[in-house]
Design a protein around this ligand. Structure first.
Ligand code: GLA
Length: 369
């Protein structure tokens, strides 16, 4: 009798906790997407469809949209050097852990972004406590410790890492950006970053990630760097093409030669940060001025953007043997980093879902093939 009562209590308790967890923490599909097949379904025979997220976005209605359309996520900012490693002995895992837990719980793949990048790197990384710049030996040890700690922590959750981000300069007469990693450690850090990441997780796929690879000049420099790494037997498995593009670029020919040139290297290609700005491409950040008054999503902008999305996905499909993942940089037009870049406080509409999470015309062009 006593045993029966205990059994009933256990069943009740389990049902209660199950119903709480399924109503409270399971994001629901946004009604604007009811009856619409997810992007990931349309592309299941082609590549993964990913999205960059913040910890906060996973607690809003955007979480439902993510689960409906995407099968891969990337932390937009929370795994970068500055946010995750703000002091020499201080790691800030909270936001990154909660995004990784969301991926695990919902069976999403996760890309790691990013291990070594001169932007959003904390100042302490390059200096001693007295402010003096560290030497190569100290910096290399710090890079190694950072990579080992971060990659080991997400071993088994993150299947691919952007190991080095944006190192190659855009201008024809310069090979690398003016990066303190290069200035202090020289190019040896590139090779070692890949080797240390591989040591920490031999199963993770390791990428070099960059923007503006549609420029033939910049692409040639990237290819040269990668060939050198390959010749030395460095564990590098792929190239990340950020894909921050716009209504004005890339052309079909530019993107096709980019995909074609990179595919010759025998590496995987991931489109890692896709968005199509509705303004002509500008690479440098600037203040908003009198010419920036037209910020509405006009029919003309919609048409140009829709056409650009159609064209690039046609090429991604054509190169499906090489392109294995396409990740959008942000979820919907409700918010994107392009609202503040290159022009501060100028609204952009770069994604496939509008501010109400409703699929845009561009969405239908991408899935109707
Ligand atoms: C670059 C970086 C990203 C991000 C974007 C802007 O592309 O790789 O991490 O900072 O800029 O959001």
């Amino acid at each position: 009798m006593k045993q029966n009562r205990l059994l009933v209590a256990v069943i009740f308790f389990s049902l209660f906790t199950w119903s709480c967890s399924s109503t409270i923490s399971q994001p629901s599909d946004p009604e604007q997407n009811a009856g619409i097949k997810g992007l990931k379904e349309y592309y299941k025979d082609y590549f993964d469809i990913g999205v960059a997220v913040s910890k906060r976005s996973l607690t809003t209605d955007e979480a439902g949209l993510i689960l409906h359309h995407f099968n891969s996520i990337t932390a937009e900012n929370d795994m970068k050097m500055g946010p995750i490693h703000p002091g020499e002995d201080q790691y800030n895992w909270r936001a990154a852990d909660s995004i990784a837990a969301f991926a695990k719980k919902n069976n999403l793949k996760m890309r790691g972004h990013t291990l070594v990048w001169h932007k959003q790197a904390p100042r302490w990384f390059f200096t001693h406590a007295n402010g003096d710049t560290v030497n190569k030996e100290v910096l290399m040890q710090r890079i190694k410790d950072h990579i080992t700690a971060v990659v080991s922590r997400y071993k088994g959750t993150i299947y691919a890492w952007d190991v080095v981000n944006e190192l190659i300069a855009d201008s024809p007469d310069q090979l690398y950006h003016d990066s303190p990693f290069i200035r202090i450690a020289g190019e040896e850090f590139i090779e070692m970053a890949f080797r240390w990441a591989h040591e920490a997780d031999p199963d993770a796929l390791l990428f070099y990630n960059d923007y503006n690879e549609i420029s033939a000049t910049k692409r040639a420099k990237i290819i040269q760097m990668i060939k050198k790494l390959q010749e030395k037997g460095v564990p590098i498995h792929g190239i990340g093409l950020q894909g921050h593009w716009a209504i004005s670029e890339p052309s079909y020919a530019q993107l096709e030669s980019t995909l074609n040139d990179f595919s010759q290297l025998g590496l995987r290609l991931h489109i890692t940060e896709l968005d199509i700005s509705v303004y002509p491409k500008e690479h440098q950040s600037r203040e908003r001025n009198a010419s920036d008054t037209d910020t509405a999503y006009t029919a003309e902008k919609e048409k140009l953007q829709t056409e650009k999305y159609r064209m690039i996905f046609e090429l991604f499909r054509k190169y499906k043997d090489h392109v294995q993942s396409v990740t959008f940089w942000n979820i919907s037009d409700r918010h994107s980093w392009l609202d503040d870049f290159p022009v501060r406080n100028r609204k952009d509409y770069p994604l496939l879902f509008d501010a109400n999470l409703k699929p845009k015309k561009a969405f239908w062009e991408v899935v109707n093939f």
